[in-house]
Design a binder for this molecule. Structure first.
Ligand SMILES: [Zn+2]
Length: 260
């Protein structure tokens, strides 16, 4: 316990201050390639660096400005990532001139305090398999929904679901699942709608049970929600499919980052 307190009060000597410029880049990404899902990719990368011990407890991260330049993302995006990592117990941020973000996530503390996921390989595989299935189902559902004439009340309900996701802010997991489920319904294909509903249940219940800290990050994609709903309302199946594809892929990247 004395050991833990000591660790909690100050970074251990010898832990690198990662404020210099050797900060790891996102793997497999050629220099100058723009990120397709900046929020999710930077978030997943930082989480995997912390979980794999490259950025251990007590490490001080570079400034927001340096990180946003390093990853070539906007300050707004970078700040949203940092805020989400604070809320999920990975970082502690102190404002001011000598401030900055410090890693506070530890793999080996009391599991009751930090919800460190203990995922079996079989469960990991099942989750990844479900995400693959989702990436087949949901773009198709959005495309079909945009191809069909919708009644006025269906359009209204769709807009209401979108508004609920917005209104829920950082706790949009359930309204998000309902929006996705409703798009499944609008596809007009019952088997598709049922499969999407089951997929959303699995994501909500099982995934959130083992990876609760993912919640706030997964609800980030309001812009994609808006674009997919607009495409469905405008009867634009090509855009609806594309945007839903990007949205589902963004979520997958995020979850893969947490599973590492
Ligand atoms: Zn969504």
């Amino acid at each position: 316990m004395a050991h833990l307190e000591e660790r909690a009060s100050a970074p251990e000597p010898g832990i690198a201050d990662r404020t210099e410029l050797d900060f790891p880049a996102i793997p497999g990404l050629a220099e100058g390639t723009p990120l397709t899902n900046p929020f999710e990719q930077v978030m997943a990368h930082l989480v995997s660096l912390m979980r794999s011990g490259v950025l251990p407890y007590g490490t001080r991260l570079p400034s927001e400005r340096d990180l946003s330049e390093h990853f070539e993302v906007s300050r707004v995006t970078l700040r949203a990532v940092i805020r989400t990592l604070q809320q999920s117990g990975y970082l502690k941020t102190v404002r001011g001139r000598s401030g900055g973000s410090t890693v506070i996530w530890q793999a080996d503390v009391d599991p009751a305090e930090v919800p460190a996921p203990r995922l079996s390989p079989a469960m990991k595989e099942r989750l990844l398999d479900s995400l693959t299935f989702r990436s087949i189902l949901e773009p198709g559902a959005a495309e079909l929904a945009a191809s069909r004439p919708l009644t006025e009340s269906q359009c209204e309900t769709l807009k209401q679901h979108l508004a609920s996701v917005h209104a829920a802010g950082m706790n949009a997991r359930i309204p998000d699942a309902e929006l996705h489920g409703y798009i499944g319904e609008l596809s007009g294909c019952r088997a598709l709608a049922e499969s999407i509903e089951n997929m959303q249940l699995l994501l909500n219940e099982q995934l959130m049970k083992v990876l609760p800290e993912i919640g706030p990050a997964m609800d980030h994609s309001n812009e994609q929600h808006e674009r997919v709903v607009a495409a469905i309302l405008n009867g634009d199946p090509v855009t609806a499919r594309q945007v839903m594809h990007d949205h589902v892929e963004a979520t997958r990247e995020l979850i893969v980052g947490f599973l590492q």
